[in-house]
Structures are given as structure tokens and as C-alpha cells.
Write a protein that binds this ligand. Sequence first.
Ligand SMILES: Cc1cc2nc3c(=O)[nH]c(=O)nc-3n(C[C@H](O)[C@H](O)[C@H](O)COP(=O)(O)OP(=O)(O)OC[C@H]3O[C@@H](n4cnc5c(N)ncnc54)[C@H](O)[C@@H]3O)c2cc1C
Length: 459
Amino acid sequence: MLIHADVVVLGTGVAGHAAALVAADRGADVLVLERGPTVGGSSRKAGGGFLFAGTDHQARAGFTDTPDALREDLLAAGRGDADPATVDTFVAHQLATYRWLGEQGVDFTLLPTPRAGVLPRIHDTVPGAVVEKLHERLTEHPSVRLITEVDVQRLVRRPGGERRVTGLEAETKGRLVSVVARSIVLATGGFSQSRDLVRTFAPDIADAVPLGGPHNDGGGLRLACSLGARLRDMGNLRATFGASLPGWSASGERVAPRLLYPVTRGAVLVNRRGERFVSEDLHYKLMSSLCAAQPGAVAFQVFDVKVMRRGAELAGPLDFAGARRDGALAEEPDLTRLAERIDVPADALVRTIGHYNDAIEAGRDLFGRAHQDFGEPGGARVEESPFFAFPCTNALTTTFCGVAVDRELRVVDVFDEAIEGLHAAGELVGGLHGSGYLSGSALSAAATLGRAAGLSVTA
Ligand SMILES: Cc1cc2nc3c(=O)[nH]c(=O)nc-3n(C[C@H](O)[C@H](O)[C@H](O)COP(=O)(O)OP(=O)(O)OC[C@H]3O[C@@H](n4cnc5c(N)ncnc54)[C@H](O)[C@@H]3O)c2cc1C
């Protein structure tokens, strides 16, 4: 089968949808190829928080923020490792992307920050809702064709030694497909499902629970590498703390591992000995290496019913009520019985929580945690029955590294020369995060770089 298209987009996460829709709206005939049987990748599983700066939502809430301030914060978070040109590309397009998502019918809510003095930038959506909204438009668009269950085997360059990519070869349901195209956009996400690639770049986290999209196995990365793509940030691959431990459940029934963060709403973190080991305020990426160092690489989030109430009506990693319903949490009327349920020494747990509550009264914390009461007098104390806990470990949600791109989102090779006809967007792009990460910037980058790639291939 031979297919002609102006633009081919690989992948159907937020980045692929944004690239395809923008290119199609600007007159291109677009073919979208998805590896899996369903669309959405990690974008469908994500928590739903998008980082944007200078938005109407912020202005309405009385906050003054600017793209320049965001640029500074991204570079600071990257601790000197982020690529300033990629950060600039993201910053230049992010506000227009926030508006574009609004035009596609995406509803945002500005999330308050848990800490005073920090600008709220996370624009929250219902998890998976953005993919659904964009997908509705994609399936109705007269200039977009979508084929799922496609295995792209190689990129094709024009014969005669020319560098320009002119198409690809693939297989779908037993049939070979040749595609001829003006531009290809790789929007294939990260590679958390490839133990082989994770072991290559970050062997110390090869056992982290893979939570990214089910087909995010680095196919796009391998295609780009086959043409000599330069890689960025590979040494900055980090796990994310906070996945519920696979194989454990309170009910004994099988419960799928998930990211769950009562720790951001007042839960205390202890290890198998029932001892605290970290300030619970620490960023979940930094927390991951400390969790890995605990016995069995396991930690327990322990909390009371006040924390449970704080998750009411929240979604994704803050949906504590959903986790309770699914049997993902041990629940007991007192700490002694709770400790027995999670197999932690009861005397140690009771002592740890007692010291923790005393430290709140004294206004200081052994690990420097800033105790927040979330507007309830005594709200920081862990004291109101019933009590909850679950074991958690490190996950790999997002790989935060990948191919280097120029300002037009063209993939560049190891000599920093653009590979004509080959663009990349979303999580596959390296260089934006450096050695740190601002929460919400992954989804925001998927939408922003996807939209920018769609503009670039139709310029
Ligand atoms: C559990 C979880 C929670 C998260 N929460 C947040 C959050 O709250 N905020 C935030 O900013 N980020 C979050 N992230 C990260 C964020 O979701 C991703 O970085 C972002 O969605 C990536 O979007 P993408 O479009 O680049 O890739 P994806 O959404 O992963 O899409 C990639 C698509 O490409 C397909 N594909 C893969 N290989 C091929 C191939 N060879 N050919 C064709 N198709 C292919 C995949 O099947 C998939 O559909 C979270 C991630 C996870 C897993």
C-alpha cells in the first residue's frame, strides 16, 4: 500500500494531536500513525496539570506572571543543563498554546500552590480530558487520516545520498505500507516501557515501575537515532517517587499501581522501620533517590482522615477517595492496627507520629518540613481517626530526555545540522528540562511543542 500525505505525525498523545490539528487547520493533508490500538499514550494517563505563565486565569486570580519569569525559572530548575534555545522555543509558544487549547474547548482551573509566595502556574484539567477533546476534533477533521496498530520500521531518505527525509516504511496488521511525505513529526513520547533503553541510560532505576503510555518504548527515538540524531539530557533520566507498590493491596484483590500523593496534603513518609527519612516537602524527583535508598526501596505514606477529606473531588494523584474505594489503602481506627496492616513495627510508627505531632507544636521539624495546616487549626497533626497508609516506590512516568531540535523543531544530528523533513515534539524532545523539572511542564511541553511543530511543518 502506498500513501501520500503532506505531513505524517507519529503518535497520538497531546503532542501528536496538537501537531496534526494545527497542520491540518493550516491546509495540510495529514496522516497520523499510532503504534497502539488506542490513542493517548502517557497524555491520557497524566495527572492533568499544565504549566503556563502570563495567562488570563492567573490575571483573574490577581497574579502577575510573565513568559520571561517562566524562562528564568525553567533555566534555574534545569540547573545549567537545559538547552536555552529549546527553553526559548517553549516559552515563545506556550501562551499562544494555552489560548489555542482554550479554543479547542479545554477547561482549565488554576491550582493554588501548597506553599505561600510561589506563583500558581499549574492549569489543571480532568485527567485525559485534553486528549479526548483534541481527539474529537481530529476524528472529525476532513484533512486528517488516522491509522492505529502501525509499526514504523524505517525512515526513508531521497535516493542519491540526499539528507532530506521523504517518507517511511511501516507494517500494519500484516500489510506493508510505504508513505511518501513532505514532513514527518515524531511525537512518540518517552520510553518508560523499554527496560532495555532505561537500563542503557539509567541502570540504577531500571526496576522503577513503568507507568508511561503502554506503547512508549522508544520507537521514535530509535528512528531518529537511525539518522544520526543528537541526544540531550539522557544522563538526567530520573524516577518519580510515589507509585503504589505493584502487587500490594489492602483487600488482597489486584489493584493497578498508580501515582498517589497524600504526601502533598499532609501525609507523613516512613520507611519499613517506621522511621521518617526525608522532608516530605521535597520534590518527587529528588525524593526518588532517597526512597531507592530505603530498605526494599519502599516507603509508606501515612495519613489521617483530614488528609483524606482534602482529596475530596480531586482527580489523578490526589484522588485519595478513589484509591480508598479501589482497595489501594490500608485503613484502621488507630495507628497500632494500621502498622500491623502494612507490616511496620507498631511501636516505631506510633513513636514517629507522636514526635511529628510534637514538632508541629514546637514549630520546628527534624527534617525541615514546613508544616501546613491547610486552613484547619491543627490541620498538620496526624491524629484524627481513621488512619490510612499504603506502601509506595519509584515509578517511571516521564523520561525527560530525547532528541535535540532546532528552533523550528527539526531534529538535529550529532553535528548539530538539521535533518530536513524530520521534526520532533513533546516528551521525545530533550533539552527542555535539564537536570531538574518544573511540575506541569511535561504536558505543557507536549501541547506547546506539538503545536509549534504543526506550525513549522506548514510554514
Ligand atoms: C501517570 C502519569 C502522570 C503524569 N502527570 C503529569 C502531570 O500532571 N503534568 C505533566 O506535565 N506531565 C505529567 N506526566 C507526563 C506527561 O503525561 C507526558 O510527558 C506527556 O503527556 C507526553 O506527551 P506526548 O504527546 O509527547 O507523548 P504521549 O502522550 O506518551 O504519546 C505518545 C504516543 O506515541 C505512540 N507511539 C510510541 N511509539 C510509537 C511509534 N514508534 N510509532 C507510532 N506511535 C508511537 C504511543 O503509543 C503514544 O500514543 C505524567 C505521566 C504519567 C505516565
